[in-house]
Design a protein around this ligand. Structure first.
Ligand code: NAD
Ligand code: ZN
Length: 258
C-alpha cells in the first residue's frame, strides 16, 4: 500500500505543525485486529440480530440473554490484539504529549496498545469512549459505574453481575440503540475538538452524529483535518489531506518521521 507521496507529505507537515491534536477513531481502526462489526453479519449470535439485543427494552425483557451476548462479545474482543494503527496512535500520544483520543469503539484496543508501549513511556490519557465500553458496567438503579472484566456467568438471573452498593443488576456501560450519549463525555469531546489545531479521523464513516460533527468542530475553529480511510467518508469533502488505505499500513508511515 503506497499512499500518494504528496498527500502523505502534506499530512505529515500538518501533524508536525500541530501542538494540540484531536483523534477520532471508529470501527475501521479495529478492523485489522479482526474485531467483528456485529452489524449486518451473518452468524448472528444464536439467531438474534444486534438491533434486538442492544436495546434497553431487550435488557428489561431478558437481562440474562443480553448479558450472555455481551459476555461472548467480551471474549471475542479479548482474543483480538491491537494492530499497528492502535500502536502508532499510542506512540503519537506518548511523543506529542498533547493528543486527545476519542473513539466510537467499545473495544479496549487503544488502551492495550498504550499499555504495551511499556514502562518509561509517558502514559497518555485514556481514550474517551463516546459509545461506552464493553469492559465497563453501570448500575440499573443507583449511579454506580466502573470497570468490569470478570467473566460473565449468565446461567441464570441470580448469577448476573450485581451492584456492590445497592444489589441491583448491573448492565453493560454502552450506549444502546435509542439511548443518548453520556452528556459529560460528549461535552468533553466537543471541547477537545474545538481546542485542537488538528483533527485526525481514522476508520470512521463519519455519518453517525454527534460523533461525525467532531471533525467539523475542529475545522470550523480554524484547525486542519487529516483523514485515514480506504473510502470516502462524511468528512472527506473538508479534509486537508485524505490518506486512502488501511490504517494499519498508513498510520505508522504517517507518524514515523515525527
Ligand atoms: P462504520 O462501520 O460506519 O465505518 C467503518 C469505517 O472504517 C468505514 O468508513 C470504512 O471504510 C473504514 N475502514 C474499514 N477498514 C479500515 C481500515 N483497515 N483502516 C481504516 N479504515 C477502515 O463504523 P463507525 O464509523 O465507527 O460508526 C458506526 C458505529 O459502530 C459506532 O457507533 C461504533 O460504536 C460501532 N462499532 C464499534 C466497533 C468496535 O468497538 N470495535 C465495531 C463495530 C461497530
Ligand atoms: Zn446500585
Amino acid at each position: 500500500m503506497t499512499p500518494d507521496p504528496q498527500v502523505l507529505d502534506r499530512a505529515r507537515r500538518l501533524l508536525t505543525d500541530a501542538d494540540r491534536i484531536f483523534v477520532l477513531t471508529g470501527a475501521g481502526v479495529s478492523a485489522e485486529s479482526g474485531v467483528p462489526t456485529f452489524r449486518g453479519e451473518a452468524g448472528l449470535w444464536k439467531r438474534h440480530r444486534p438491533e434486538e439485543l442492544a436495546t434497553p427494552q431487550a435488557f428489561a425483557r431478558d437481562p440474562r440473554l443480553v448479558w450472555e451476548w455481551y459476555g461472548w462479545r467480551r471474549e471475542l474482543v479479548s482474543r483480538c490484539l491491537p494492530n499497528p494503527a492502535h500502536r502508532a496512535l499510542a506512540t503519537l500520544a506518548a511523543r506529542s504529549g498533547n493528543v486527545s483520543l476519542v473513539t466510537q469503539n467499545v473495544d479496549d484496543l487503544h488502551e492495550r496498545a498504550a499499555s504495551e508501549l511499556g514502562r518509561g513511556a509517558p502514559a497518555p490519557s485514556p481514550p474517551l469512549h463516546l459509545h461506552g465500553s464493553l469492559f465497563s458496567v453501570r448500575c440499573t438503579r443507583c449511579s454506580w459505574r466502573g470497570p468490569h472484566r470478570a467473566s460473565i456467568d449468565a446461567t441464570s438471573l441470580d448469577t448476573l453481575p450485581r451492584c456492590d452498593q445497592c444489589g441491583s443488576l448491573l448492565r453493560p456501560d454502552v450506549v444502546w440503540f435509542g439511548e443518548a450519549l453520556d452528556r459529560e463525555v460528549l461535552q468533553n469531546a466537543f471541547e477537545r475538538a474545538r481546542e485542537a489545531n488538528l483533527c485526525l479521523v481514522v476508520g470512521t464513516s463519519a455519518v453517525v452524529h454527534p460523533a461525525a460533527s467532531l471533525p467539523l468542530v475542529t475545522r470550523q475553529a480554524g484547525g486542519a483535518l487529516v483523514e485515514v480511510n480506504p473510502d470516502d467518508t462524511g468528512v472527506s469533502h473538508v479534509a486537508d489531506a485524505a490518506l486512502r488505505g488501511p490504517a494499519g499500513a498508513l498510520l505508522p508511515l504517517l507518524i514515523e518521521t515525527l
